[in-house]
Write a protein that binds this ligand. Structure first.
Ligand code: DX5
Ligand code: ZN
Length: 217
């Protein structure tokens, strides 16, 4: 079986020494760098914005996996493009006209990904699955790092895999929130292609080794 794409989340890094943590990710076997943007409206927390991300983008040698937990994410397509990002993830729950937003992201030259919260059913993806590069399934309610994994996410990933196979879509499946060695192994077994990990990586005694461990799942 092929190893998962690993996308460490910078949300759990030490914000006082971001360059140090980004350099660790650059050296590691991580494939992407996951960046969580929060607005205090769509989610009950605020993380970092584009003035900070501009410097993160300059330091990172890994493709950027940008996750917007904000209302009206389409307003910021140009800003995400200016970062030179690889993927732009928007939430189904935050987009009034999801199909339009996905087309606009693709037109900007970014890979569009659609994210579903724990209470959003997989059926919401049926009419968009052919148009996206990736589906992001939340394993926790978005807003904070280090939360406990919601068990039924495994079943949801299995359902997304079935939907992809049934429709012939080439979308990747990413899971974000509560990923560790145990939950990661369950998720890979049901078809997850990409694992995001914040707390698990940054709370490890040797974060680079933890990235390697996740890569080997
Ligand atoms: C949660 C964020 C996640 C977060 C994951 O709202 O979208 O990317 O950093 O954190 P962990 O891996 O700590 O659950
Ligand atoms: Zn995220």
């Amino acid at each position: 079986m092929k190893s998962p794409i690993i996308s460490p989340s910078l949300l759990s890094a030490n914000f006082g020494y971001l360059a140090k943590d980004i350099e660790m990710i650059n050296r590691s076997e991580a494939d992407w760098l996951h960046l969580d943007i929060m607005d205090g409206v769509f989610v009950p927390n605020i993380s970092f914005g584009f003035p900070v991300l501009k410097f993160v983008a300059q330091l990172s040698t890994k493709p950027l996996d940008v996750h917007l937990m904000i209302v009206n994410p389409e307003k910021f397509i140009n800003e995400v493009k200016a970062l030179g990002a690889h993927v732009m993830n928007v939430h189904v729950e935050a987009c009034m006209h999801l199909h339009r937003v996905i087309q606009e992201i693709r037109l900007a030259g970014l890979e569009p990904a659609v994210t579903i919260n724990p209470a959003t059913p997989v059926s919401m993806l049926e009419d968009i699955i052919q148009d996206v590069y990736m589906v992001l399934v939340m394993g926790v309610n978005p807003g904070f790092g280090g939360q406990k994994f919601i068990g039924h996410t495994v079943e949801k990933v299995r359902k997304v895999r079935e939907l992809i196979e049934r429709t012939g879509s080439k979308a990747l499946i990413e899971v974000d929130g509560g990923v560790n060695q145990e939950t990661g192994a369950l998720l890979v077994a049901v078809g997850a292609d990409v694992l995001v990990a914040g707390h698990t990586v940054f709370s490890a005694e040797k974060p680079e080794d933890m990235i390697h461990t996740l890569k080997m799942l």
